[in-house]
Design a protein around this ligand. Structure first.
Ligand SMILES: Nc1nc2c(c(=O)[nH]1)N[C@H]1C(S)=C(S)[C@@H](COP(=O)(O)O)O[C@H]1N2
Ligand SMILES: [Mo]
Length: 550
């Protein structure tokens, strides 16, 4: 076992201990952010748009494990190199450790909830623990010789290593053990670090609000308009009746009309969702408004609220993909909130052309202020499917705007609404996605999968089609690769802002068939057959699958 290898092992064990310590402190005291998650989050934020343009889901889904594992790998390599550097240039190594500490603190401070002094202390303590462990291991490995600087002995000049666990005192004062002994000690240190990290993760997870979101319980609730029974006649809390049976088509494989919160698609740049309490939450409404103001959660629920069925979709959804869901949202009309600030449709000017929603984590979206005031049910939402918002979906309050993609509108963990001019570029616009994001008319085959084999006879080809705020007027299915089209049966349109279910009862004949679907929106415009990738303004083209009937 070369000196280099032993030094690397010592460095790696030290790094694991440092990270483990940091995670443990985070778990015990959450105002100190997880240094590791903060570093990963910083990497995400610094990643230029060009690299991420393959899809926003990069950040919401699959690539998180990739990011985390490459970061772990990177950290271990740095630690291994650093320990080797320390063998010859100990002051340089100390300097680098200091720099890493500053980087760690800087990353942790990007967490808006970081408690400054405890965070600095935690980073220093963790690094010190890591360095101490690495130093101890270097000395166990016989690579440190504090007593006699003149004498030099490396791995080769020491007495031959004895196998096993026997510990000896070296002449130079450093401790040396056999190869097995060194590996055991260093492995034990790394294991302790991992246990600390695991404990920290568990503790952090057990923190507030891991249970299911609470059911909403608004005062004076009533259904579908009418006159209120409350003290303030102006304030109403409208809920929707159950969706009519005609809005759903019962076919195996058909997505539920209203997506359960637990299976609602999830996209964001937050590696861990910000945790914001209702009690401390505030929304500031400002910028180019007559009457800037700030409101609490209680203030918000004191306004008139309503339920709205709105289909939300992500610009990075590929044709046929799952980044689209339909929710029953509870919230206050954005136009009502803007009215409090003195904003009306006739008052929109150059300086207030754009409405920017800012999240507690700094993420921003922006869209034409006009869209909040043109009559659509743009919501400052605090509920999903009758319950409070799940943390991952923006608890306690988010924006939901029908008709435009989430990246330009659906700010989760909302804390600020700012009216500004069109020059401001929000988060994904800065990263090369289109400035405006109207949802493209799309349709998807759900009841049959690509590559499926089916039996001859009646085969229901169905799914969902959506053109939020325009509605769907027609869906057609082709079973011959687009040569002929058959009108599908439509469920009733739950709302102009939601997707619509369809089914075509196909009489399947033996052979291999190419199935396609296309939808026409409420204005009579059929979705384009032109294929486009999600970047920069949303995927287009017909969902196409192959089915073998035998
Ligand atoms: N704070 C914050 N809000 C955000 C995002 C984000 O990264 N951070 N992503 C947006 C995008 S791209 C989409 S598609 C929707 C997804 O909302 P959902 O995760 O509730 O489905 O949230 C939007 N709101
Ligand atoms: Mo998105």
């Amino acid at each position: 076992m070369s000196a280099r290898f032993r030094a690397a092992a010592a460095g790696i064990s030290g790094a694991v201990v440092a990270f483990g310590m940091a995670e443990l402190i985070h778990g015990l005291y959450p105002p100190v952010p997880s240094v590791f998650v903060s570093l990963a989050q910083t990497v995400v934020e610094l990643t230029p748009g060009g690299i991420v343009t393959q899809g926003i889901e990069t950040l919401g889904k699959a690539d998180v494990p990739v990011l985390i594992s490459s970061m772990i790998l990177g950290a271990l390599v740095v630690a291994a190199l650093l320990a080797n550097v320390s063998l010859r240039f100990s002051s340089a190594a100390i300097f680098i450790v200091g720099v890493l500490g500053v980087v760690a603190v800087a990353a942790a401070f990007t967490d808006p909830f970081a408690a400054p002094i405890p965070t600095v202390v935690a980073v220093i303590v963790s690094l010190a623990a890591g360095v101490a462990v690495a130093e101890f291991l270097l000395s166990v490995a016989g690579l440190r010789e504090p007593a006699k600087p003149a004498e030099s002995f490396g791995a080769a000049s020491g007495p031959p290593e004895t196998p096993g666990d026997v510990r000896r005192r070296e002449a130079g004062g450093s401790i040396s053990v056999g190869r097995g002994g060194f590996l055991a000690v260093s492995g034990a240190a790394a294991f302790a670090g991992l246990v600390a990290a695991g404990a920290g993760r568990l503790l952090a997870r057990g923190a507030p609000q891991t249970s299911a979101p609470h059911r909403l319980n608004l005062p004076d609730s009533k259904q579908g308009g009418g006159s209120g029974g409350g003290k303030k006649a102006a304030v109403e809390h409208e809920t929707l009746p159950e969706p009519p049976a005609a809005a759903s088509i019962e076919v195996p494989g058909m997505p539920e009309l209203v997506t359960p919160a637990s299976s609602f698609y999830l996209i964001d740049t937050a590696l861990t969702s910000p945790r914001v309490s209702k009690e401390s939450w505030t929304l500031s409404v400002g910028g180019a408004v007559d009457n800037p103001f700030e409101m609490s959660y209680k203030d918000l629920l004191g306004m008139s609220t309503r339920e709205s069925d709105i289909t939300l979709s992500c610009v990075s959804n590929p044709v046929g993909g799952g980044l689209v869901s339909n929710g029953r949202w509870t919230g206050v009309l954005l136009s009502d909130v803007l009215a409090e600030a003195g904003v009306g449709r006739e008052k929109i000017g150059r300086a207030s052309e754009q409405l920017v929603g800012r999240s507690v984590d700094g993420w921003t979206s922006g869209f034409k202020t006009e869209l909040a005031l043109d009559g659509r049910e743009a919501l400052v939402a605090f509920g999903l499917n009758g319950s409070e918002l799940p943390i991952k979906h923006g608890y306690p309050v988010r924006l939901v705007i029908p008709g435009i993609y989430g990246y330009v509108s659906a700010t989760k963990w909302l804390t600020e609404i700012e009216l500004t001019d069109w020059d401001f570029d929000a988060y994904w616009i800065q990263r090369t996605w289109a400035k405006e994001g109207p949802v493209k008319t799309q349709s998807r085959i759900d009841t049959v999968g690509d590559g499926d084999t089916a039996q001859p006879g009646r085969l229901p080809v169905g799914g969902v089609a959506w053109a939020p705020h325009r509605g769907i007027s027609k869906v057609e299915v082709s079973t011959d690769g687009g040569e002929t089209w058959n009108k599908a049966r439509l469920a009733s349109q739950l709302d102009l802002d939601t997707w619509r279910q369809y089914v075509y009862d196909w009489d399947a004949k033996p052979g291999t068939h190419t199935l396609q679907v296309r939808a026409t929106d409420g204005k009579g415009t059929t979705q384009t057959s032109a294929k486009a990738p999600p970047h920069p303004s949303g995927a287009s083209g017909y969902h196409t699958i192959s089915v073998t009937v035998a």
